[in-house]
Write a protein that binds this ligand. Sequence first.
Ligand SMILES: Nc1ncnc2c1ncn2[C@@H]1O[C@H](COP(=O)(O)OP(=O)(O)O)[C@@H](O)[C@H]1O
Ligand SMILES: O=C(OP(=O)(O)O)[C@H](O)COP(=O)(O)O
Length: 392
Amino acid sequence: MLEGVKFINEMNLKSKKVFIRVDFNVPVKNGVIQDATRIDEAMETISYAKNEGAKVILASHMGRPKGSVKPELSLKPVAEYITGRYFYTCFAEDCIGESVKKNVSNMEDGEVLLLENLRFHPEEKANDPDFAAKLCEFCDVYINDAFGSSHRAHSSVDGLPRKCSEKAAGFLMKRELEYFDMLVNNPERPFYAVLGGAKVSDKIGVIESLMDKVDKILIGGAMAYTFLNVLGVKTGKSLVENDLFNTVEKIIRKADDKNMKIVLPVDHICSTEFNGKPEYVDKRDIPDNLMGLDIGNKTVELYKKELSDAKIVMWNGPMGVFESKDFCKGTFDIAEYLGSLGAVTVVGGGDSVSAVKKAGVSGSIDHISTGGGASLELLEKGTLAGIEALKT
Ligand SMILES: Nc1ncnc2c1ncn2[C@@H]1O[C@H](COP(=O)(O)OP(=O)(O)O)[C@@H](O)[C@H]1O
Ligand SMILES: O=C(OP(=O)(O)O)[C@H](O)COP(=O)(O)O
């Protein structure tokens, strides 16, 4: 996995423009960062480059702005956070263009500049070579410290490093890859996966090959309702992805063939709308006027029992809408249980990590990964687009 990858401490950074792709896709509410784990975890790399006398240029995406400027997805609060907690970080109003060029050319050694959201330009996601060439102007040395985004073959993760001769992984990336190397190559058994969250279409594709790596899969969150629906359970107004039915049918068939358990919720906390009043539904079927927003107590107890003999548990995706006090219990109960379980526990994903921290059990989890989709894909394929681009 790590063969052929250089690390930042092997590079000469002095007086160079060091472009660091970070994953600062953190939850922000009314301009206030709700969980800064991803920023804090990248600080070792950023401080190292700064102390080595580099001109440090930081670049990230935030959310999914679909290629246009969305002020609520600006990275400005991140620059303010780093300035307030660590050291002064200048903010550029864009990530390419004349004014950014001027900003960069005025930088002194040891200064830090954060560029605006890369995804405000559709070319980032399209892995457009011209966009990569524009970013390349700010890049004598390229560093990838964006583990959580490294499964995306986008310009800043793939096209740009392929254009650079001097490139390496940062310290966050190194920590993540060393941990996952053990999970991919030599995991203890039984090894269980707990999946949930809302990025259903992104993650469902990974499940089929994940079934060859783990011994049991427990599903909660929005993902559960597409599975339940395919099994003929009534899912009411819950988030169901009709175009994934074929994929789910394939997964269920494969589970049958392998005699492998996919465990699904047996009760739910529902509501008529996202911010509505919570209603307990004491069975699998959900009435037509309700949507499932959290797993119920019976499901929590079932999942605890199913996890009790695990040697390794990997968790990605909250069990419900944990941001709301009415729909957070299932997620927090599972988090607490994992914290008390005598198994190796790995939690990945921006929201999942935030949930574990809110539940107050992050200290009892063995590895807090900054990537959800990335860690699943790494487990599936043994590599990521961003790792491969560093090897060229
Ligand atoms: N039943 C549900 N219906 C709708 N959204 C849900 C449900 N369960 C969880 N979610 C949402 O999933 C989001 C997190 O999903 P995701 O991004 O896939 O996780 P992660 O960031 O950990 O990888 C949270 O914002 C949460 O509110
Ligand atoms: O939050 C992220 O992924 P995750 O929710 O799977 O951990 C990464 O920043 C990637 O974001 P994306 O899934 O919009 O490409």
